[in-house]
Design a protein around this ligand. Structure first.
Ligand code: GP9
Ligand code: MN
Length: 399
């Protein structure tokens, strides 16, 4: 009911989701190119295998970009679709299933619709079939103008592996479509090659195999290295086309690639046993935002995927105070970081709550529960109101 919506809206008004930063509006009118880095985890950034960097391109990009080294994925069963949903709507994913599949008929106030008010066109690009994760229907609900899916690409045996067209061919073939879009645009690219079980053709292997004792982990470093190379080529194409200077480019990982079944491989690679809070920190994904004309800066505060939408909108100079969202502007230094996971775990600047225990964030040692318990109520409200809005289709009552 309308009353239910008003309760949720009152909660969102009281939560500090509207704080902006000194960067508000620095990218006003620029295009947005968001690249979803399939299964890419933060721990590969800056690391090496057999003396070679796993992500040489991203490592160099970080030098002149905003880089966030403590961003957690908050996805649940909806995997990529949960991540996308957070980027666009800044709500929590559902406890089970994907919003894309379960709630495509809902009313939303998502990034494409918000940006349309500033004259933006929106497009999503993805090499898999358009029906996967019910994207065709969900994108209609979110207000996308265009969806370039498998049918829009020339896919052959040579240019495919695993789930479909390889990232290099995908990004390459996307360029003419991107250049044809009316500017300014909001565009989203969903990569595919770095997906379990991490397969590559021989010619795409650019990194020696690690020897962690688990082949899945060994191959993972190689597919991430391939993805990094595909990004490098994409960036040169963006420069060639002139879009680079007119766009903010957001690179973000969607969720883990290495599941807990293979943690032994990561432990062997890192050469240490993984503690419980370290396992939670493995849920961190890279976030790199390149803004033309801005110097590089690294931000160490915790944040989540739910924060992407307000961060981007504020860079574009769009005030989010009138839009229902649960995230915070990651560039706002006075914000109170609070990352809530679908299973009830959470992270603040001081503590990590996971597996029903409280840990000191700095030392990763277990600490007294009374440092975590003050956050329980807010955690519950976050998930409760997000669910209430989604399950009750309450955004139809927003004006
Ligand atoms: C498939 C791609 C990968 O279209 O989104 O799906 P995932 O398994 O990561 O959700
Ligand atoms: Mn994914």
């Amino acid at each position: 009911t309308k009353q239910d919506y008003e309760k949720a809206a009152a909660y969102l008004d009281s939560a500090d989701t509207d704080i902006t930063s000194q960067y508000f509006g620095v990218a006003k009118g620029k295009n947005v190119i968001l690249v979803n880095l399939e299964s890419t985890q933060q721990f590969v950034i800056g690391r090496k295998v057999k003396g070679e960097e796993i992500t040489p391109f991203m490592n160099s990009l970080i030098e002149d970009s905003f880089y966030f080294d403590q961003i957690y994925h908050q996805t649940a069963q909806g995997k990529t679709s949960d991540a996308e949903f957070m980027f666009d709507q800044s709500f929590y994913p559902l406890a089970s299933g994907s919003v894309y599949v379960r709630r495509p008929e809902n009313e939303y106030i998502a990034m494409p619709e918000i940006l349309a008010k500033s004259g933006y066109q929106s497009a999503s690009f993805h090499g898999n079939v358009g029906s996967f994760w019910n994207r065709e229907k969900a994108y209609d609900a979110f207000g996308y103008d265009r969806f370039f899916s498998k049918d829009a690409y020339q896919v052959s045996d040579e240019n495919s592996v695993n789930y479909g067209i390889k990232d290099e061919a995908f990004l390459n073939q996307s360029m003419p479509y991107l250049e044809d879009l009316k500017q300014p645009f909001y565009s989203k690219f969903l990569l595919l090659t770095n997906h379990f079980p991490f397969l590559l053709d021989e010619e795409d292997v650019l990194l020696d195999e690690a020897d962690t004792g688990l082949e899945v982990v060994d191959r993972y470093f190689q597919t991430v290295r391939y993805e990094d190379e595909a990004l490098k080529e994409f960036f040169s194409e963006l420069k060639r086309s002139g879009l680079y200077e007119n766009s903010i480019i957001v690179l973000i990982g969607d969720h883990y690639g290495i599941s807990e079944n293979y943690y032994d491989g990561i432990a062997s690679y890192l050469d240490e046993d993984l503690s419980v809070p370290q396992e939670l920190d493995l849920q961190q994904v890279p976030l790199i935002i390149h803004v033309p004309g801005q110097e590089g800066e690294t931000f160490h505060s915790p944040g989540g995927q739910i924060d992407i939408q307000p961060t981007i909108l504020h860079l574009l100079g769009v005030d989010t105070a009138d839009y229902p969202n649960f995230g915070q502007d990651l560039l706002a230094l006075e914000r109170d970081p609070f990352v809530v996971f679908r299973d009830g775990d959470f992270v603040t600047e001081e503590v990590i709550y996971t597996a029903q225990l409280c840990y000191d964030k700095a030392s990763t040692k277990q600490t007294n529960m009374n440092r975590c318990s003050p956050y329980f109520e807010k955690r519950n409200k976050e998930l409760y109101y997000s669910d209430a809005i989604l399950n009750g289709d309450l955004l139809r009552f927003a004006d």
